[in-house]
Ligand binder design. Structure first.
Ligand code: ADP
Ligand code: NA
Length: 325
């Protein structure tokens, strides 16, 4: 059976980009593979966080995993820091990673805003921690959005290097990047990716946004002056992004949507997309509210950490043995 690992940072509420690019795949994969889904709170520490807020957001993301349909009987759901093997494995892998390869990580360059001197060391080495997350579970498939492609390459390089220098310990993982929606763009700036950490509140639609806010955000979403609903990411990034969102949330293909809105214009298109989004999110939000403060989330995470810990510790033992410690 295939092994799957993926995670999301508790740096804010999950948005439609996270859902369409990655989490939607989790829900499907749980029925087909041995799945491990974590809330990567150690990754969140790479930039300054309020401790209380980090705690709450960690539980929020775990509750959202459950609310979108992850079933703890089908997949192991846990918090990264609850399994100490991740930090130890990350150290061991840091000792084989190279400064040069980490310096080439685009996300580091972006998040450190070009100033490596004052950037945190954790921000620099976090792709190695991510490699540890994946390799500890011997995952062969990693469902992620396109922005993680480079980090997955690094993970593969580190696994291959380790296997070559210390003996076969790791499975070499492959990214599972969806054909449609691997890079959902910001609503207000469709040339940039939708992100949790964006400064503008018009950047993303959070899974928890209420109907009024969803309406405002979609109405304000940047399009173009052509008023033709056509999928053309290069020349019409705004409307193409909205088409992708519409298609994934409704299950109607992009070409069918193009036909449906042929000659209709953006006004009606946006109105319908608002409705589709609100109705799609409604049951998820209801389930989130039912679960979040019920004590169930904590229970799931406790059991998840036990299950995950067993698998992770097996790999960690092999790593230690191979490296002579
Ligand atoms: P963010 O970048 O919003 O903080 P995370 O780093 O927690 O999100 O990523 C969680 C998952 O969502 C990853 O698999 C990532 O590749 C995916 N993802 C993030 N942003 C987008 C996006 N705009 N479009 C598609 N997938 C995305
Ligand atoms: Na499963």
């Amino acid at each position: 059976m295939e092994r799957v690992l993926s995670g999301a940072q508790p740096t804010g509420l999950i948005h439609l980009g996270n859902y369409v690019g990655a989490l939607r795949q989790y829900v499907q994969l749980q029925h087909e593979a041995d799945c491990y889904f974590c809330v990567v709170n150690l990754h969140a520490l790479t930039l300054p966080r309020d401790p209380q807020e980090l705690k709450e957001k960690t539980l929020d993301v775990a509750a959202l995993y459950l609310a979108i349909g992850l079933d703890p009987k089908k997949a192991t759901i846990f918090v990264q820091s609850h399994v100490p093997a991740h930090t130890e494995a990350a150290w061991l892998l840091q000792c084989i990673a190279r400064v040069g390869e980490l310096s080439r990580m685009v996300q580091f360059k972006e998040k450190s805003k070009g100033s490596a001197e004052s950037a945190g060391v954790g921000l620099f080495t976090y792709p190695v921690l991510q490699a540890a997350d994946i390799l500890l579970y011997q995952a062969n498939k990693v469902p992620v959005g396109e922005d993680q492609k480079q980090h997955l390459e690094l993970t593969r390089d580190l696994a291959e290097r380790f296997n070559r220098d210390y003996g076969e310990v790791f499975t070499i993982p492959e990214p599972l990047i969806p054909k449609i929606g691997a890079r959902i763009m910001a609503l207000d700036e469709p040339t940039k990716k939708m992100s949790k950490s964006a400064e503008s509140k018009w950047n993303n639609i959070s899974i928890m946004d209420d109907p009024k806010l969803i309406e405002k955000k979609i109405k304000r979403a940047v399009t173009d002056s052509e008023n033709q609903v056509r999928f053309d990411p290069e020349n019409k990034p705004g409307i193409s992004n909205l088409l992708t969102i519409y298609s994934t949330l409704s299950g109607i293909s992009i070409s069918e949507l193009e036909k449906k809105y042929d000659g209709v214009g953006y006004g009606q298109f946006k109105k319908d997309l608002i409705e589709v989004t609100i109705e799609f999110l409604r049951p998820i939000q209801e389930r989130f509210h039912e679960l979040r403060h019920s004590g169930y989330v904590e229970e799931v995470l406790k059991e998840g950490a036990e299950r995950a810990g067993k698998v992770a510790n097996q790999t960690l033992s092999k790593m230690r043995e191979a490296m002579g410690i």
